[in-house]
Design a protein. Structure first.
Length: 104
């Protein structure tokens, strides 16, 4: 039986670790935009989870109906968060599958 080459396995693991770190950097440097109400509320979120900007169209601001505005802000936040998770899956998914394929 052949013993796996430990040096080769370590080099492979180190290369995958470097790729994971690079993917994480790309995610943190990214900005996604969440929308609600057909763009009446938009929210920009960095890959780190920090909210960078929030834009609310003045026509949706109704002092008699604050609940709708609150719902739209939450919807935009949720949309941005979902897009961030999709981005993370795109960047990290193939790498994590590669790691498990190596027995890690």
């Amino acid at each position: 039986m052949n013993q796996p080459d430990m040096n080769a396995l370590m080099q492979q693991a180190q290369a995958m670790q470097a790729q994971l770190q690079e993917a994480q950097k790309e995610i943190v440097a990214s900005i996604v935009t969440g929308e609600a109400g057909n763009g009446l509320v938009t929210l920009e979120m960095a890959g780190s989870g920090d909210v960078k900007s929030l834009t609310i169209d003045p026509k949706i601001v109704d002092p008699e109906d604050i609940e709708t505005l609150q719902d739209l802000v939450l919807g935009a936040f949720t949309d941005a968060n979902n897009k961030l998770q999709q981005l993370a899956q795109e960047k990290m998914g193939p790498l994590s599958q590669g790691m498990s394929g190596m027995g890690f």
